[in-house]
Design a protein around this ligand. Sequence first.
Ligand code: FES
Length: 194
Amino acid sequence: MSHENKIDHKLHEVTAGEVRFSDETLVRVQAIIARYPVGKQKSALLPILHIAQEELGGHLSADVMNYVASILKIQPIEVYEVATFYTQYYLDKVGKYVVEVCRTGPCAMCGGEDIADYLERKLAIKTDETTPDGLFTIRRVECLGACGYAPVMQINTEFHEFLTKEKIDKIINDLRAKAHEDKPKDAKWVEKFF
Ligand code: FES
């Protein structure tokens, strides 16, 4: 599940304004760091990047990654290496719903490419683009680890399996219908897995 490209991401770009966790979040972050031996605080990088992504703007800008590096007392490049590897981390602004369609062999053989093409047509955007209303971003990713349920896609933290065009229609329509709701707490990566 690695990023294959993103060479267009400008890691040197900084945004205006101070990047900082709230005091409440800092307590959570310190608790995660404390799970690891002294000197091994880098082990807390994955969950802290998830928290940073959730709470500091929805994606990992260079500022955010530099801030995480400063908290963990590691070099920024060590954060970049991880953030640019895993597709779960967004390096650029994304929509409220990130639709990741598996493009690896088993899913491709079961119609995954057609599903991705259909999604592009339905949402009127290309892969790696976001709809003008800011709701959907399409991405094509490597194996999502659910090959037996191919074709598969993941939308934020939810998996959708044995996809058909009819299922895509329902999923997208349902999401559009509830898009005004806040993201449910149990849908957050950090709450679910760390
Ligand atoms: S090939 Fe698609 S989930 Fe593994």
